[in-house]
Design a protein around this ligand. Structure first.
Ligand code: UD1
Ligand code: CA
Length: 490
């Protein structure tokens, strides 16, 4: 494995970019005698390696970056480039990788890691005859952009090359295959570091491991690769020399931004890549109108969607498929996972997971919303509250120290300090229903299943074990209905 995360930003040749709308629509085109024809693209992602230098029980490509496993970045990028799901070559931790990626990819298993050439060969039974061109990338390069791959594929199609590959120019070439060119700049081959002469080792244009191959040529030539006399591995890179020997065109394009081809081999690289992705995502949202007070301590996953004039305070995480509406302020110190949050909300020092907040909800400090919490417009939830699988109606207030689980609560309910829904009897969960305009006194225990009727009231410290009719005051342990509130008012 190469030390491919040691990136130095030197001047790099900048290939002219020419995207067209056809490419953006994930169809590759090429011009021939009959005019423009479309080309089928297949994508193979190599991810069978052990990742020894991670020193981990977890397969390398499953290490999380921001809110999801590393491999999903490669798969999601693929979905934006290739019309068919990518083929993942898996080996170490194959079952775990499959479980994490699911049906977003197809799989072939490489039982023994005999080299990158052998790895791509495993995809032949699945792909031979199915595509005109095959894109090969690695599962441990999460910063690679779809635009870069589209550009490479389009160049390949337009130039009629047999192989089109991405290269990078670095000050420190350690760990990479070196690109050999003749005096005119034509590519001659790739030499692996282990096999290179001292002169070759000084070359600074390097192979990043990303290629587009003419498919029929690839499937025909892969089985001809001989194991390296030095490492005994079947090098995919040998194909470059083979094509050149046959007089076929090989093109090499230096990548515009070397950061994109940072690969993860160690946990130091993992942190570098995480930092780079964090910066990229945060910048995108700031340019879209989101205030991020401290981008260094704010983490936003790539599936989150933020409206303009959202304000994120320091130490905030927005993970999963979360959406946040205009004018909402989050943090400091908030963890949001897969939540739908409306406009003009305020979330302060709180943890929200799989919850829905309508507009103008305020939470915190120290609120915890768990799966299925749904707070309607204008709900106020003060300090030390927990809500799980429950609906709180518009304008309902829950100021201090409460647990609400498996409950349906109406509009304008006051939930007194220390209220608990006793939803679990040790075996099953039960439901609490609180109708509109109820006043729950401080420290009320609502022993579910139980229903509190509209406009009812409980006294402080009540233990409610039976339904309370509408407009009734109940108190005591256990609480008993005492008198009708409406009659009293008359
Ligand atoms: C490879 C390239 C090298 C390039 C470098 C960039 C070859 C022979 N060399 O070297 O020119 O500069 O990548 O990082 O291709 N993998 C498998 N099965 C295998 C072997 C590898 O799936 O049998 C996967 C690994 O999981 C990894 C990727 O292929 O994702 C690259 O393998 P690695 O061992 O890192 O290749 P290098 O030797 O670093
Ligand atoms: Ca490597």
């Amino acid at each position: 494995m190469g030390d491919n995360a040691l990136i130095h930003h030197g001047p790099v040749p900048f290939p002219s970019l020419c995207y067209n709308s056809v490419v953006m629509a994930r169809v590759v085109t090429r011009e021939n005698e009959e005019g423009i024809v479309s080309m089928q693209l297949a994508h193979v992602i190599l991810a069978a390696g052990k990742g020894t230098r991670m020193k981990s029980r977890l397969p390398k490509v499953l290490h999380p970056i921001l809110d999801k496993p590393m491999i999903l970045y490669a798969v999601e990028t693929s979905n934006r480039v290739s019309p068919q799901p990518p083929v993942l070559v898996i080996g170490h931790g194959a079952e775990q990788v499959k479980a994490a990626v699911g049906d977003r990819a197809r799989y072939v298993v490489q039982k023994e890691q005999l080299g990158t050439g052998h790895a791509v060969l495993q995809a032949r039974p699945l792909l031979e005859g199915q595509a005109d061109a095959v894109l090969v990338t690695y599962g441990d390069m999460p910063l690679l952009r779809a635009e870069t791959l589209r550009h490479l594929v389009q160049e390949h199609a337009q130039s009629h090359a047999t192989i089109t590959m991405l290269t990078v120019v670095l000050d420190d070439p350690h760990g990479y295959g070196r690109i050999l060119r003749d005096k005119e700049g034509n590519v001659l081959g790739i030499v692996e570091e282990a096999d290179a002469t001292p002169e070759q080792r000084a070359i600074r244009e390097l192979n990043v491991g990303i290629y587009v191959f003419d498919a029929p040529w690839l499937w025909e030539h892969l089985p001809r690769i001989q194991p390296s006399p030095v490492k005994g591995e079947y090098y995919l890179t040998d194909l470059v020399g083979m094509a050149v020997d046959e007089g076929l065109p090989v093109h090499a394009l230096p990548v515009e931004d070397p950061e994109e081809v940072l690969g993860v081999n160690t946990r130091v690289h993992l942190a570098e890549v995480t930092r780079a992705l964090q910066r990229r995502v945060n910048e995108q949202w700031m340019l879209a109108g989101v205030t991020i007070v401290d981008p260094d301590t704010t983490y936003i996953g790539t599936d989150a969607r933020l409206a303009p004039d959202v304000v994120l305070h320091p130490q905030t995480y927005i993970y999963g498929e979360s959406t946040i509406g205009e004018g909402t302020e989050v943090g400091p110190q908030a963890y949001i996972y897969a939540c739908q949050i409306g406009k003009n909300c305020r979330v302060f020092y709180s943890v929200l997971e799989q919850a829905t907040l309508e507009d103008e909800v305020d939470i915190g400090p120290f609120g915890h919303l768990r799966r299925g919490a749904h707070l309607a417009r204008g709900v106020h939830m003060g300090n030390f509250g927990e809500v799980k699988n429950s609906y709180l109606g518009p304008g309902t207030k829950m100021g201090h120290f409460s647990y609400i689980g498996d409950a349906e609560i109406g509009a304008n309910v006051n939930i007194g300090a220390g209220t608990i829904t006793c939803n679990y009897d040790g075996k099953r969960k039960h439901k609490t229903i609180i109708e509109d305009d109820v006043f729950i006194g401080s420290d009320t225990m609502l022993v579910a299943p139980v229903r509190i009727g509209k406009g009812a009231k409980t006294g402080a410290g009540s233990v409610v074990t039976r339904d309370i009719p509408p407009h009734t005051l109940a108190y005591g342990v256990p609480a008993k209905p005492k008198r009708n509130l409406q009659e009293e008012d008359d």
